[in-house]
Write a protein of this length. Sequence first.
Length: 439
Amino acid sequence: MKLSARLARGLVWALALVPLVFFLAGLGAHDFSSISSVLNMFGRLTGVLGLALLLLAAALSARVPGFDQPFGGLTKLWHSHHLLGAGALLLLMAHPILLALSSAAFGYHLPLKVLFPPLDDIATWSGWLALILMMIFLAPSFSFFGPPNYERWKRIHALAGPAVILALVHTFLFSRTMPANLDVLIWGLFALLGVGAVAWRLVFSRAGRPKYTISAVEAVANNVVELTLEPKRPEKRLQYQAGNFVYMTPLDKQLSAGCGEEHPYTLSSSPTEPHLRIAIKDLGDASRAIQSVRLGTEARIEGPYGRFFPVNGDPKQSELWVAGGIGITPFLARLRHLKALDQAADVHLIYAVQDEARALYADELQALTEAIEGTKLTFHYFYREGPISAEFLLQTCPDLDQREIYICGPLPLNKLVQDHLRALGRPRSSIHTEEFELL
Ligand SMILES: Cc1cc2nc3c(=O)[nH]c(=O)nc-3n(C[C@H](O)[C@H](O)[C@H](O)COP(=O)(O)OP(=O)(O)OC[C@H]3O[C@@H](n4cnc5c(N)ncnc54)[C@H](O)[C@@H]3O)c2cc1C
């Protein structure tokens, strides 16, 4: 992981500790002589830290183009968002249990009041409702009921909004996490971050998304098309780096699925082209429907996101690229860009596919690597050679210990290649991956 990404993630976690520090400072004369008082302190502490993690997770969900850069790209930023959310859920589940246990020494009626508050106890009920909503909207993320349907997952995840607001109501009504009025100040600032980010994402970001028109649909294989999109207002066209991805929202009501849905796709075009190109493999209902999208369909584009390739990388650095299936798109964009700039690059591309028929863009990749000085292409066919082995990597690219390595493909391939590289002694910091899965 790059230093800036470590720093950005570290900063987020450090921020989560701010309310905790004030909470601990306010404990001052807390009596720790009994188990009850220790449990009470931990009960309140889990509440404070859990709320901080929840609000920071909300803040990271904003998806502001460019904001993902210091984190190493949006997929890495989502990873921090997931960890914060999971941490918040665990801590907030422990919170009422610890508080109930802490009052058990004073008879059974107090714990019962925490666990089953009277109907008019809004302060406690708002906390319970927040927790119940969290359990509902986070359960699919943990795949408790099998791999979730993405659109349903997204609708359920929208419960995060009311959960955050109820958690804040709970905290403000109790108002006893920090000394004096620091409660209001600290949680107010955190709420501004979390709620502001969600409001930006749901309301304000929409206005800035440029509109494009689909002007060509080319079949690349029987289940892959490449769309060409022309900007409706050329002066507003998207500026991006090769290898970036966007969220595309097609607006054709006649599509059998996916109209109005935003899906992430890597741009396969060179940033020097006046239009965008996106290659889409049929992997589910929306990506299947788009295979027969009508020319002239409008699409909203949001982005760019991602930092697969370094922004101002050293042009002399030699690289090994490993692509699998539709994971060829960021590499195709880079090659198209190098060709457009007439630039040389010391790059070896290994393209892993099932068989010849599934080698997308085979002719164009061949032509590009022949035309661009320093680039080499090797196909790996699963039906002939089985899974990629460490020996294959070494034979194909004997100097891989000198190269920065970029992998984009299905998760099993991604993992297998990483395992081989690690076993061959390549440090984690020299391996860069792009995942096409965000959940
Ligand atoms: C960074 C990134 C770059 C990608 N680039 C490409 C590309 O260049 N070409 C290509 O064909 N595919 C690409 N994908 C995959 C593409 O986004 C999914 O195939 C598509 O969204 C599937 O939607 P569906 O409704 O057809 O299928 P579904 O059956 O709804 O989804 C299949 C899987 O795709 C993922 N997915 C679905 N919708 C979304 C969404 N809105 N956001 C995030 N993940 C989602 C989920 O993991 C889900 O399990 C990329 C994905 C990511 C995250």
